[in-house]
Design a binder for this molecule. Structure first.
Ligand code: 1PR
Length: 517
C-alpha cells in the first residue's frame, strides 16, 4: 500500500476495480488490499472495496504460522445449499491443492459473501479466492501452484467464455475421498550448488558435508565412491550430480512441492549483479512453477570494486530473479548469539529482521547446520541436552546429547544449540526453519527424529526436516513422529534411488496428506 500511495496509483486502482468491467487479478497481498484494511505492520488501510479486515491467523489454535504449503479449496455456497458452478478462475481446478504462504487472512462474512468464490481451512475458514464480474483475486499463489495453478491462470485469462480453442482439459484430480484433506505435508528437493574445479556450476552433494569424491572403493555413508575409469569422476573431484536448472525442472515435473537451491560456495569474485546463482534462478523460474528457495551467501557483500551491498539488497536481487524465499545460515547463528547477549532482544540490524520486515516473515528461512555433542549428564552443560531415543550412543556410551550450531558449512562450531537458535530466529522474524543435520547428511539412515522433534516442539513457525532420507518410509516416519511441516532430501533424488511419487505414495499409505501434482 505504501508503494502504491507513493506512486499515486491508489485512486486509479480503486476506480478500475470498482468499475468491475475490466479484468483484474490480485494475488496474495493483491487480494488482501481489496479489503478495508489489515492489522499487519501495526495496521494498514486497504482500498475498502470489500467489507472485512485482514487479520493474523489465530495463534491460539497451535498451528505453525505462516500458513505455508498446499491446501484444499472449498467453493463458497453463496448462501445456497450447495455451491454454484465455479467462476472461470476456478473452472479448471477440480479439487487439486494450491500453494499458500501467508501469516494474515480475511475471513468470509455475510457482508462479503457476494465476492467470496472459495475458502480454505487453517485455524478456521478463510477467504482463498474472490470473484465478481471481471474482478478476481486469490490468497494462494497460482504462479507457484504447479499445473493446478497454471489452470487457474488460464481460467482467469479465458474468462467467462470458457476454455479457449484446443484447451487441454485439466487432469481429473483423484477422488476427494482417496486422500487425506487439509494442509499437505511438503516434500522438498534440495540442490546443493557450487562451482566445480573447472568453474562450472554443478549440483553436488555432501556426505556429512564433504562434497568431494572419496578415493575409489571407499564408499562413504549413502554416497557412492568415485568409480574409477575413463569419464568417471576421479577421487577428490567435486561430486557432480547434474546441472541445477535441469534437475530443478525434473523435480518439478516429478511432483516436488518446493525446490531449494543452496549455494555452498560464495562467489566472492563476482559483483552482486553477476552472481551465477541469479542466472540459475531466472532460468529455473521460467520452467518451475512451485516455490523456489535460495540459500548460501545471503549476507552483506562487497563487489570487487569495493561497492558494498546490504543483506537486504542481496536478498532483493534474488527475489527479483525469481526466488520466493531466501535462506540464511551462518548469519542467523551470529544474529541469534547477539539476540541472547542483548537479553533476548533484536536491534533491527540483522539480515533476518530487515528482510522479514521488507518482504514478510514467510520469505525468510533460517538454515541450521547442527551436529550432535554427546554428554553423559545433561547437568554438565548449559545447553538443552536431551536423552536420545534412536538407540545411538556417544563414544563413551553417553545417552544424552545437544545439537551444536555450526557456521561456514559445518567448519566452525558455536556455543548454541539448534533449539536455542530456532527460538531466537523466530523472535527475530524468520518464517521457517530448514533443519539440516551434519551427522545424518548423506547417510540414508533416516532423519534425526530427536532433533526434529526438539526444534518443532520449541517454535510456532514451520520446520523442514532435512538430512538422512534413504527411503520413502523415512518421510512418513518423520511426519508421523514430529510436528515438522515439510521434509527435504537431496542424495536419494539426485542418484534416482527414490522417486518423489514413491515418497508421496508412502505418505498416502500412512494417511499423511500429500499434494497430488
Ligand atoms: O552460511 O548463509 O552462506 O548458507 C550456507 C548454506 O549452504 C546453508 O544452508 C548450509 O546448510 C549449506 N551448506 C554449506 N556447506 C554445505 C556442504 O554440504 N558442504 N549444504 C552445505 C548443506 C544440507 C542439505 C542437504 C541435506 C539433505 N546441505 O542441503 O541436502 O542434508 O541431504 P541428503 O538428503 O542427501 O541426506 P550461509
Amino acid at each position: 500500500m505504501g508503494a502504491l500511495k507513493e506512486r499515486k496509483l491508489l485512486a486509479a486502482l480503486r476506480d478500475y476495480v470498482a468499475a468491475g468491467d475490466r479484468p483484474f487479478l490480485g494475488i496474495c497481498l493483491g487480494l488482501q488490499l481489496l479489503f478495508e484494511g489489515s492489522e499487519e505492520n501495526g495496521g494498514v488501510e486497504g482500498l475498502g472495496l470489500i467489507p472485512g479486515r485482514v487479520e493474523r491467523f489465530d495463534e491460539s489454535k497451535g498451528l505453525p504460522i505462516p500458513h505455508i504449503g498446499w491446501n484444499d479449496l472449498a467453493l463458497a455456497t453463496k448462501g445456497g445449499a450447495s455451491p454454484p458452478p465455479p467462476p472461470p478462475l476456478l473452472s479448471r481446478l477440480g479439487d487439486r491443492r494450491v500453494y499458500f504462504v501467508h501469516s494474515f487472512r480475511a475471513v468470509p462474512s455475510v457482508a462479503n459473501a457476494e465476492w467470496v468464490a472459495a475458502t480454505s481451512e487453517y485455524a478456521g475458514d478463510f477467504v482463498a479466492a474472490l470473484s465478481r464480474g471481471s474482478v478476481a483475486a486469490t490468497q494462494f499463489h497460482p504462479e507457484k501452484s504447479g499445473a493446478a495453478g497454471l489452470d487457474v491462470l488460464r481460467g482467469f485469462l479465458e474468462g467467462p467464455g470458457g476454455p479457449g480453442p484446443g484447451a487441454s482439459p485439466s487432469p481429473a484430480a483423484p477422488p476427494r475421498a482417496a486422500r487425506a484433506r487439509g494442509l499437505a505435508k511438503r516434500v522438498i528437493a534440495c540442490l546443493d550448488v557450487r562451482a566445480n574445479d573447472a568453474g562450472d556450476l554443478v549440483v553436488t552433494k555432501g556426505d556429512q558435508y564433504d562434497v568431494r569424491e572419496a578415493p575409489s572403493g571407499e564408499a562413504q555413508g549413502g554416497a557412492r565412491a568415485a568409480a574409477s575409469g575413463p569419464g568417471q569422476p576421479a577421487s577428490g573431484d567435486v561430486r557432480n550430480l547434474g546441472k541445477p536448472v535441469d534437475l530443478a525442472a525434473r523435480y518439478y515435473a516429478e511432483g516436488a512441492d518446493e525446490v531449494t537451491f543452496l549455494n555452498i560456495t560464495g562467489f566472492r569474485d563476482a559483483p552482486l549483479a553477476d552472481l551465477p546463482m541469479l542466472a540459475v534462478l531466472r532460468a529455473a523460474s521460467e520452467r518451475v512453477f512451485v516455490p523456489l528457495t535460495v540459500g548460501g551467501g545471503i549476507r552483506e557483500a562487497t563487489d570487487p570494486d569495493g561497492t558494498r551491498h546490504s543483506a537486504l539488497e542481496v536478498a532483493a536481487e534474488y527475489f527479483r530473479s525469481g526466488a520466493d524465499k531466501v535462506s540464511i545460515g551462518s548469519d542467523a547463528v551470529e544474529a541469534a548469539l547477539a539476540w541472547y547477549a542483548r537479553g533476548r532482544r533484536g536491534d533491527g540490524g540483522s539480515a533476518i529482521e530487515r528482510i522479514s520486515w521488507a518482504y514478510g516473515a514467510q520469505a525468510v528461512v533460517v538454515s541450521v547446520d547442527p551436529r550432535r555433542v554427546w554428554v553423559a549428564d545433561p547437568r554438565s552443560t548449559p545447553r538443552p541436552a536431551v536423552r536420545v531415543t534412536d538407540g545411538r550412543r556417544g563414544p563413551g556410551g553417553e545417552e544424552f546429547c545437544w545439537w551444536q550450531c555450526t557456521v561456514r558449512g559445518g567448519r566452525e562450531g558455536r556455543d548454541l544449540d539448534a533449539v536455542e537458535l530456532a527460538v531466537a530466529c523466530e523472535a527475530l522474524g524468520a518464517g521457517e526453519i530448514l533443519l539440516n543435520c551434519i551427522d545424518r547428511d548423506g547417510t540414508g539412515e533416516g532423519f534425526d527424529l530427536d532433533l526434529v522433534r526438539a526444534v518443532s516442539d520449541a517454535v510456532g513457525i514451520p520446520v523442514i526436516a532435512s538430512s538422512g532420507a534413504g527411503r520413502p518410509a523415512h518421510f512418513a516416519e518423520v511426519f508421523a513422529a514430529t510436528g515438522c511441516s515439510a521434509a527435504l532430501a537431496a542424495g536419494i533424488f539426485h542418484r534416482k534411488e527414490v522417486g518423489i511419487s514413491e515418497v508421496k505414495g508412502a505418505m498416502d499409505e500412512a494417511g499423511i496428506p500429500s499434494r497430488v501434482a
